[in-house]
Design a protein around this ligand. Structure first.
Ligand code: GLP
Length: 240
């Protein structure tokens, strides 16, 4: 797999952000897959600054987020929905009715998975997907497993993920379950922009790029995708 190493997260954000902006300039009604976490923030800042400068409009796009926690209200401050509104959606001209999320409180997660897959195909499939990586190699919330997953599903989070993400929960305990797009749905995106920064990601990045393709490192499946752009900082690339 090819990858590019940058000095700083800000430079990566500018480079990754440019790819998203160019997709939207070429296709104003693009379907975009977004991710949460600290990693995408510089990319989102770049997209916001291009919007503020009048260089791009997002009013035609449709968005699909990768995942959401179960058992917390959609608008709780630690939900991924709230994260996206705070860090991107409220700062650009995306139409609220074009924002799509998996419902972490759906009573029937299989029906919810079908609803999401239908919405994605109605939008023409995802044109470009942002991906970060968990310390254990997860993408979305596809935790290390015995087999690759297909469409969206409800997942029990691992201890490693609970430890890493607990910092985002101050008033309530972090949920133990989430609903996530499966590996099959992620792999259908036409283009993937993958970003990893920081030393805590170095092992997962090494396994993803140099290791065998295995569901024990879910991100390794990206070796089989034909259009992935990988941006790393020196710390994340330190074991390559
Ligand atoms: C999560 C998300 C992933 C994300 C990962 C890393 O919990 N489900 O989509 O890539 O954690 O997050 P961070 O970028 O904060 O390290």
């Amino acid at each position: 797999m090819q990858y590019v190493i940058y000095e700083s997260a800000k430079e990566i954000g500018d480079a990754a952000g440019k790819i998203f902006v160019n997709v939207v300039k070429q296709k104003s009604d693009a379907a975009i897959g977004f991710a949460t976490g600290a990693t995408p923030l510089p990319t989102y800042s770049y997209m916001i600054s291009e919007y503020e400068k009048g260089n791009v409009s997002f009013k035609g796009i449709t968005t699909f987020n990768l995942d959401e926690y179960c058992d917390i209200p959609k608008d709780h401050k630690s939900s991924f929905y709230a994260f996206m509104v705070d860090n991107l959606f409220s700062k650009i001209d995306v139409k609220p009715e074009n924002i799509n999320f998996l419902d972490g409180n759906a009573s029937n997660s299989e029906a919810e998975s079908r609803r999401y897959a239908d919405a994605i195909s109605k939008a023409g499939g995802i044109d470009i997907q942002f991906l970060g990586i968990g310390r254990n190699g997860h993408i979305g919330f596809n935790e290390p497993a015995e087999a690759f997953t297909d469409e969206s599903f409800k997942v029990k989070l691992t201890d490693s993920t609970i430890e890493a993400n607990s910092v985002y929960f101050s008033d309530i305990a972090m949920p133990r379950y989430a609903i996530t797009m499966g590996i099959g749905s992620i792999m259908k995106a036409r283009k993937i922009v993958f970003v990893a920064t920081g030393e805590s990601k170095a092992e997962a990045v090494r396994d993803m790029i140099k290791g065998e393709v295995t569901p024990k490192c879910p991100a390794s499946v990206l070796q089989r995708h034909g259009d992935v752009t990988i941006f790393l900082d020196k710390a994340a690339a330190s074991l390559l």
